[in-house]
Write a protein that binds this ligand. Structure first.
Ligand code: G1P
Length: 290
């Protein structure tokens, strides 16, 4: 039996320069898609995927993320006095319980791999999930992480979510080289972080959801900087591939890269259209704009 994945790491230390001035005093992870901050959408996906402990790697000016995942007793009291039970239930349903969150800081922007390494003591010697809060996934009931967990329970090792992008977009991402078989899960034989245009081994990207074994931390400890001069998680995974199995899952659903303005705006529309109380009115308003 494989060891259960109970903990998830959320790297949330980036400065969000692509969203200035919105992100000057407000962390990019707190930008809202419809009525929930990005980071809460991703925490909800993790919980639906069986995660019990949520580890945030933040940085300076990100204290509000910690507040967001705490109780707000005054607000709860006021809502209760006013009989706003639906709002109260919604707030409590999505809140991690006491002792289910941990926060640490990256201190310096040295790359995604370095941010993950900062969580090593909080994760300890057990497999863990890694979810990039810039990426939102829509579709398929329980979500992307739950699909990775299903695969992990079957195969163990390391499991990552992948999806296809157009050939001219591969240089923005980590790319996997797979042995394609029947079905949606494939053994990985190679990976590369942000290959030069025209050199990618496939157009399957690492889309931002991973289940990793703790041996990755020992590799990250000595990891040299790679693409963009940053310590890359993909490079550490390439090293780990020499001794451990990696499986790519073409998950069911659609992702939105909310690190880009177009991805973020599209996610807002797509997630609002899923909401019965907003759908018709929104379509009508969009119709008037075009
Ligand atoms: C990171 C990872 C990359 C992955 C991407 C998904 O890149 O390094 O492998 O494909 O997230 O969004 P970043 O977007 O931080 O440049």
């Amino acid at each position: 039996m494989v060891q259960k994945v109970r903990k998830a790491v959320f790297p949330a230390a980036g400065m969000g320069t692509r969203f200035l001035p919105a992100t000057k005093a407000n962390p990019k992870e707190m930008l809202t898609v419809v009525d929930k901050p990005l980071i809460q959408h991703v925490v909800d996906e993790a919980r639906a995927g069986g995660i019990e402990h949520f580890i945030f790697v933040t940085g300076r000016n990100k204290g509000v993320i910690e507040d967001h995942f705490d109780r707000q007793i005054e607000l709860e009291k006021t809502l209760k006095e006013r009989g706003r039970q639906a709002e109260l239930d919604m707030l409590t349903a999505s809140l991690p319980g006491p002792g289910q969150t941990s926060f640490t800081r990256q201190q310096e922007p040295l790359g995604l791999g370095h941010a993950v390494w900062c969580a090593r003591d909080l994760v300890g010697d057990e497999p863990f999930a890694l979810l990039l809060p810039d990426v939102l996934v829509q579709g398929n009931g329980t979500g992307c992480l739950a699909q990775l967990q299903e695969e992990y329970e079957r195969t163990g090792g390391n499991v990552v979510a992948v999806e296809e992008v157009p050939d001219d977009a591969t240089h923005h991402y980590g790319i996997v080289d797979i042995e394609r078989g029947a079905g949606a899960s494939h053994p990985i034989r190679g990976m590369v972080e942000k290959p030069a245009p025209g050199t990618a081994p496939s157009n399957l990207i690492l889309m931002g959801r991973y289940l990793l074994q703790p041996e990755i931390f020992g590799i990250l400890e000595d990891q040299q900087s790679g693409a963009g001069g940053e310590i890359q998680i993909t490079d550490a995974m390439i090293s780990l591939l020499a001794s451990q199995k990696f499986t790519a899952v073409e998950y069911e659903g659609k992702s939105f890269d909310c690190g880009s303005k177009i991805g973020f705006l599209t996610a807002n529309i797509a997630f609002a259209l899923e909401r019965e109380e907003l759908r018709e009115a929104l379509l009508e308003e969009i119709g008037k704009l075009t």
